[in-house]
Design a protein around this ligand. Structure first.
Ligand SMILES: *Cc1c(COP(=O)(O)O)cnc(C)c1O
Length: 382
């Protein structure tokens, strides 16, 4: 019944954990879900207010423009200027996305021919691989290893792979490893993309979720980045707006135009009222972002300290709302965590083969719940 391309999709490895979670809940267990990469905090009220007002205005009830509302794209450009010192032309170098997932899912359609190779960091956001498969490309995973600070080793990619490579997906601050990348790595990517004629697609969903005074760079700060690539960004994680579906792609004109051509034929843009709320988010006071970060930072400290007190070795992440913990077998550990402690964490292998041996905790629950989780883990066999 289904097309081959659906059969070609990787198995959904989180299904077993999802099933177990439902079973536990049905059995009356108070499950602590540290699995979801979705902020538990609400969207700041000033942003919600703009949506309410804009939703009442009939001018916003029509089809949006394909490329996005000019005021939203201008707000994105001025946010990039203020935040990263990056200059982008809102007309040609910025496009509105219905969440950055949408951009990641569509970009291979514009650049990948059947049989072309797409490089993607592994473990990685699963859409890098599935969007490649939908475009009938071949995904070549780049292992992220702890000894390399979870950065890919670009020099180790075989020449015959590089000759067939069209596109490269990567993202720092990284989901799921929570690793960060210095600007020097982005400079290296620009060189690499230029030499090998590769479209570089940086996924920067977590640049604003940072701790201990760390400020994350944009890929577009790298010299020459506008010649080779684009950056996908999103309001989802920064402003607790996952449900609103609003993001942006910024960077190279031709790449943005290619993505735009695909989108024009598939979707009809993001709701104008949502884009206007996005303008408020990007141009309004940013104290809400600092407050969210301080909440995540406190949670991170409680979880990391707790895990260490139980004898686990774990890094305190400088960014993202994830803690990446080394374990023996990621699937078995996640299953035991749920079975013996009623805690959901995501098995690393679900993000790619190189994620095996890790689990990901999302600190999208309160300090009280995280404290409770650590307490329950004390009773777990190691
Ligand atoms: C959350 C996330 C996204 C997608 O976010 P949107 O809600 O679609 O904007 C993209 N990449 C990574 C790594 C993410 O964690």
């Amino acid at each position: 019944m289904y097309a081959k391309r659906l059969d070609n999709l990787p198995p959904y490895l989180f299904a077993r954990i999802d099933e177990m979670k439902d079973e536990k809940r049905r059995a009356g267990v108070d499950v602590i879900d540290l699995g979801v990469g979705d902020p538990d905090l609400p969207t700041p009220p000033h942003i919600v207010e703009t949506l309410c007002t804009a939703a009442r205005d009939p001018a916003n009830h029509h089809y949006p423009s394909y490329l996005g509302l000019p005021t939203y794209r201008e707000a994105v450009a001025s946010w990039y200027k203020g935040r990263f010192g990056v200059t982008a032309d809102p007309k040609s170098e910025v496009i509105t996305l219905i969440g950055s997932k949408e951009g990641i899912a569509h970009v291979p359609e514009a650049f990948v021919n059947p049989g072309d190779v797409v490089l993607a960091t592994d473990p990685g956001y699963p859409v890098y691989k599935t969007s490649t498969l939908f475009a009938e490309g071949i995904c070549h995973p780049l292992p992220l290893l702890e000894e390399n600070g979870f950065l890919p080793d670009l020099a180790s990619i075989p020449k015959d792979i590089l000759e067939k490579t069209k596109l490269f997906f990567f993202g720092y601050p990284n989901n799921p490893t929570s690793a960060i990348a210095p600007l020097s790595f982005f400079n290296e990517v620009v060189e690499f993309a230029r030499e090998n004629n590769i479209v570089a697609v940086h996924d920067n969903a977590y640049s604003e979720i940072t701790f201990d005074g760390y400020t994350a760079p944009s890929f577009l700060e790298a010299d020459g980045a506008f010649e080779v690539g684009i950056e996908m960004h999103s309001l989802s994680k920064t402003y607790n707006m996952t449900g609103w579906r609003l993001g942006m792609a910024v960077g190279n004109k031709e790449i943005i135009a290619g993505l735009g051509r695909v989108k024009t034929n598939i979707d009809s843009g993001a709701f104008d009222a949502v884009q206007l709320a996005g303008v408020t988010a990007l141009t309004g006071p940013q104290t809400c972002v600092a407050e969210a970060c301080s909440i995540y930072q406190e949670r991170r400290d409680v979880l990391v300290k707790g895990l260490r007190s139980l004898g686990y070795e774990v890094q305190a992440p400088k960014a993202t709302f994830y803690v990446w913990l080394k374990v023996d077998d990621s699937m078995a550990f996640a299953a035991r965590l749920l079975d013996e402690a009623g805690i959901v964490a995501t098995p690393g292998v679900g993000f790619g083969a190189s994620g095996d041996g890790y689990v990901r905790f999302a600190i999208t629950r309160s300090v009280e719940r995280i404290t409770e989780a650590v307490g329950r883990m004390e009773g777990m066999r190691r």
